[in-house]
Design a protein around this ligand. Structure first.
Ligand code: 3PG
Length: 396
């Protein structure tokens, strides 16, 4: 795929697709603390500014479904970007049309503007040719740096490249290279550490990775279904009954392939699924009380996971180990995150979404080899699927 240095951008007006889809409803302070997606685009923006470009950024925010939604305007995100960039970012209140074209035409080299939320127009998600053409008409060339939305075939991801010379941005390149490490020639042992709420979300990833792994660690809500499949009693925790067979197949296939599966030996349980239940306990995996909920992996499991992970050379982590958003059940995730962060010799690749949020909350971003900005996109990539937004970038 054509990389940024292979695109002639000097002095040009460059349309850059970024993914600034941040949890805006949580307010400016939250965005300032969880601005990984914004920071991750700085290398591309700075690269273009150094080359006297006029930088026209475009993104979606939330799911307004083709209508203007005042709470999903991008201006507050632009403000945070301006702080990070150390220069003004002009928010526009539209993303296409004559007024936008006029404003872009009077930009000077080194100026940065941010178009309004692309999803205010139905043409974006509808991958409308006319909408792509209107976006493309604003610039001389296009840079795709929104890895996190590359799994969507929308006007700004697959349409615009049909109209303009296109390259992948530095973030997209880094994402593709880092996530590919696990799929192609990883340093061994290779481990996948899987957690998060549901097995269903990870089925295709597990299927794609299974034959390549040396170790598979399972925590989080996912572990409930795997423990149930292994014949353990899981109290009142939600078992994905339609995934029990899949979990059994995974256990059988991993055994046959010599992959070591690590399930938690102890668990933190609570009498209610609540941030502040009246009773919390740590029990061995065979002793989950009837009517109680599994909330986190226990201290013993966290230490055992950490010890086994310490021998691995490539670690792919996707999904928290417990109900991380509830402070008292974030300990397992925290311990595992800290232990991975300490591994100086291992390549550590963290999937986006809630795992990236956990790593960011713990201040460990700098200690991982790569933390993906993509939730759904990183999963689909690891499933071995071709992402339309990457496929649309021309080969060199
Ligand atoms: C994400 O946050 O995963 C991306 O921005 C894609 O958003 P979407 O799921 O609304 O398409």
């Amino acid at each position: 795929k054509r990389a940024l240095p292979q695109l002639d951008v000097n002095g040009k007006t460059v349309l850059v697709r970024v993914d600034f889809n941040v949890p805006i409803e949580q307010g400016a302070e939250f965005i300032a603390n969880y601005d990984h997606r914004l920071r991750a685009t700085l290398p591309t923006i700075e690269y273009l500014l150094e080359r006297q470009c006029k930088v026209v950024l475009c993104s979606h925010l939330g799911r307004p479904r083709g209508k203007v939604d005042e709470s999903l305007r991008l201006a507050p995100v632009g403000e945070r970007l301006a702080t990070l960039l150390g220069r003004p970012v002009t928010p526009l209140d539209e993303c296409v049309g004559p007024a936008v074209a006029r404003k872009v035409s009077v930009m000077s080299p080194g100026d940065v503007c941010l178009l309004e939320n692309l999803r205010f127009h139905q043409g974006e998600e509808g991958n409308d040719e006319g909408f792509s053409a209107q976006l493309a008409s604003l610039a001389d060339c296009f840079v795709m740096d929104a890895f996190a939305v590359a799994h969507r075939a929308h006007a700004s991801t697959v349409g615009v490249p049909r109209h303009l010379p296109t390259a992948m941005g530095l973030l997209t390149q880094r994402e593709v290279e880092s996530l590919s490490i696990a799929l192609e020639n990883p340093d061994r042992p290779l481990a996948a550490l899987m957690g998060g709420a549901k097995v269903s979300d990870k089925i295709l990833v597990l299927e794609n990775l299974l034959s390549r792994l040396d170790h598979l660690f399972i925590g989080g809500g996912m572990a409930v279904t795997f423990l149930a499949a292994a014949g353990k009693s899981v109290g009142a925790s939600a078992v994905e009954t339609d995934r029990l067979d899949f979990a059994r197949v995974v256990i059988d296939r991993t055994q046959a392939a010599g992959v070591t599966v690590h399930l938690p030996d102890d668990l933190v349980v609570a009498n209610r699924f609540d941030p502040n239940p009246s009773s919390v306990d740590t029990v061995l995996v065979d002793n989950v009380p009837d009517g109680w909920y599994i909330m986190d992996i226990g201290q013993g499991a966290a230490s055992a996971f950490a010890a086994a992970l310490a021998d691995c050379k490539t670690i792919l982590w996707n999904g928290p180990m417990g109900v991380f958003e509830m402070e008292q059940f974030s300990v397992g995730t925290r311990e595992v995150a800290n232990s991975i962060a300490e591994l100086a010799d291992a390549t550590t690749v963290v999937g986006g979404g809630s795992t990236a949020e956990a790593v960011e909350a713990l201040g460990l971003m700098g200690s991982m080899t790569h933390v993906s900005t993509g939730g759904g996109a990183s999963l689909e990539f690891l499933e071995g699927r071709i992402l339309p937004g990457i496929a649309a970038i021309p080969d060199v």
